[in-house]
Design a protein around this ligand. Sequence first.
Ligand SMILES: *Cc1c(COP(=O)(O)O)cnc(C)c1O
Length: 222
Amino acid sequence: MNIRNNLEKVSRELNSSGCKLIAVSKTHPPEVVKEAYDAGQKDFGENKVQELLSKKEYLPEDIKWHLIGHLQSNKVKYIAPFIHLIHSIDSLKLLKEVNKEALKNNRIIDCLIQIHVAEEESKFGMNFQECEQILSSPDVERLQNVRIKGLMGMATFTDDCDQVRSEFRSLRQLFEGLKQKTYPSNIALEELSMGMSGDYQIAAEEGSTLVRVGSLIFGERD
Ligand SMILES: *Cc1c(COP(=O)(O)O)cnc(C)c1O
C-alpha cells in the first residue's frame, strides 16, 4: 500500500473539478495517518469521536479534523476545542449543542447538514423538508457560534452508477435551490460533501466540493 501514490492518484482525478480531498483515516493507526500527512495531506476525516481523540494526540497540530460520522450530543464537548468541520448535523438539538460548546471555547464551528438521499433505511440524515425547515428557523439565527456551510450526503451502496448519479444530482439540486434564498449571517452555503472511494468521480462530476475517501488511500478496512 503506497499511500503517497494513492493520494496522488485520487488528487489527479479530482484536479479539474476543484473538489477538495478529505482522507478518511478511520480504523487506521496514527503512523499511517502520519504517512499521508508527510505526503502533504492536511484534511482527515474520522467517524468516531473516541477514535479521533486517541489518534489526534500523536499527530501534528495543523491537521484539519473532519467529523463525518453520527455525532451524539454528549460527545460534542470533546471535539469542540479543535474540530474543523462537522459533516453530520442531523437535528436542531445537535446543532444547539455544538453552538453551546463552541461558545465555551470561544469558537465558531463550521457544520454541514447531513441529508438522507440513499435508499437504505439505516443511514442518518434529514429529508429535504426538514433541512429547509432548519435553515429558515428563527432558532438557527440565534446560534451565533455555529456556521452552516452546506450539506453532506451519502449515496446508496450499489453498483448501479445511474442510481448513484441521480442521488447525487438530487442533493445538488437541493443545494442549488437553497442557495437562492437569503439567510442570516451564520448560514453560508458553499460546501457540498459527497463522494467516497466507490463513487467520488461521479460525485465530483455532479458538483461535489468535498470528497471523503478512505479505502482507496489507506486500503480496505477489516
Ligand atoms: C467510511 C466513510 C467514508 C469513506 O469510505 P471509503 O469507502 O473507505 O472511501 C466516507 N464517508 C463516511 C461518512 C464514512 O463513514
